[in-house]
Design a protein around this ligand. Structure first.
Ligand code: PLP
Length: 390
């Protein structure tokens, strides 16, 4: 009996992640150097690993409550209060999720129904649209390419007016893929627009610890708290991608709804990882600073190599990505350009079109890779471009 037609028809719109597909494709090339994935190349700090081992040895193998260990929610709440000056009650305003990924799915699935719209500045992280489509809703990309990838209040307001079906605005800053972030005045101005409309803001702040400006990260929850669902996690700040620990911070009126999807999706985050996360958030408050120093050196080096080749780059102030426009005299098809580069020079970046329609003609490099790998990649990119121009 053929049952394949019985799947949710919305699944037909969903593709396996273009980033993963491209990564798998180029991984077949022997000796390929990869600057593809958004995964810190640092090890998880040893004291965090020790805490995970200690939890295993202490037989911490049971379910936790669905919102996560209270001690972890307290540590997370303290962390965001110390760092960003926003306070959330650990008893009712913090949920521990399975990475920021589950925080995204639980939030979107708690809100969206068919016909709803979600606005987001683009180019954007490709982890949102499939979930929006699964709910039968529609994502509307706001083109920021002509403004250095920065969303202005005017752009946001015209999009909200043009799309009255909007229920959610997703912000992600520092941004994957562009590295753009917003200062206090900019975030406040965006929040002033948000507060005029009955919409949620899902604020994906997973790169909040990786900012390179003098001003520290500012959460939009500071200004539009009643409407804001803040997402964060330990994947990037503490190099803990595989532990799968994320957080939702929001008013109780919002968490009390989102916890329903969260509970039935996952029951609770992994117990051993939660114990490790307590350690990271209490004793590793400044762990990201060590990585940040290194990321700045890498970013500046890459920009110094690519700019003279004619790549246009809006200076990234956070995260660990360079999003560069392919020079006009080279192949503007980002996918073809990078396949050609990978085959000839054995280096892989990610085609910009993986980040939505406005990413066409761009390429994304992740500098969560060691300096020797980055140096070699730049040498090969220079040779590739020069050969094309010869
Ligand atoms: N949000 C953004 C913008 C990301 O870049 C990523 C991972 O690359 C995630 C969320 C998912 O993070 P996590 O590992 O916590 O699920």
């Amino acid at each position: 009996m053929d049952v394949s037609h019985l799947f949710n028809p919305n699944l037909d719109k969903i593709q396996i992640s273009a980033i993963r597909r491209f990564d798998q494709e180029v991984s077949k090339i022997p000796g390929i150097l990869k600057l593809t994935l958004g995964e810190p190349d640092f090890n998880t700090p040893q004291y965090v690993e020790d805490a995970a081992v200690a939890a295993v040895r202490a037989h911490e193998s049971h379910y936790t409550g669905m919102s996560g260990l209270l001690a972890l929610r307290q540590a997370a709440s303290q962390f965001v209060s110390d760092k960003y000056g926003v306070t959330f009650d650990p008893e009712s305003e913090v949920l521990v999720t399975v990475g920021a990924t589950e925080a995204i799915s639980a939030s979107l699935m708690s809100i969206l129904v068919a016909g709803d719209k979600v606005l987001t500045p683009a180019p954007l992280y490709p982890g949102y649209e499939p979930l929006i489509q699964l709910a039968g809703a529609e994502m509307v990309e706001i083109d920021t390419t002509k403004n250095g990838f920065v969303l202005t209040p005017e752009m946001l307001e015209s999009a909200l007016i043009a799309h009255p079906e909007t229920k959610v605005v997703i912000l992600n800053y520092p941004s994957n893929p562009t590295g753009v972030t917003y200062n206090r005045a900019e975030i406040k101005a965006l929040s002033d627009v948000i507060k005029k409309y009955p919409v949620f803001v899902i604020s994906d702040e997973i790169y909040s610890e990786l900012t390179y400006t003098d001003e520290k990260h500012v959460s939009i929850a500071e200004f539009a708290r009643e409407q804001t669902i803040v997402l964060n996690g330990l994947s990037k700040s503490h190099a803990m991608t595989g532990y799968r620990i994320g957080f939702i911070f929001a008013d109780t009126s919002l968490t009390s709804q989102i916890i329903k999807t969260h509970q039935y999706f996952v029951t609770a985050a992994t117990t051993v990882s939660q114990f490790a996360a307590i350690e990271a958030l209490t004793n590793g408050k400044d762990d990201a600073a060590i990585m940040t120093k290194e990321y700045i050196i890498r970013r500046d080096y890459i920009m110094s190599q690519m700019t003279p080749l004619g790549f246009e780059i809006a200076k990234p102030d956070g995260a660990f990505y360079i999003f560069a426009k392919i020079p006009a005299d080279l192949n503007q098809d980002d996918f073809a350009f990078l396949i050609d580069f990978a085959n000839r020079k054995q280096v892989a970046f990610i085609p910009g079109s993986s980040f939505g329609q406005y990413g066409k003609g761009y390429i994304r490099l992740s500098y969560a890779a060691s300096m020797p790998v980055i140096r070699e990649a730049m040498t090969r990119l220079t040779a590739f471009v020069n050969e094309k121009r010869a």
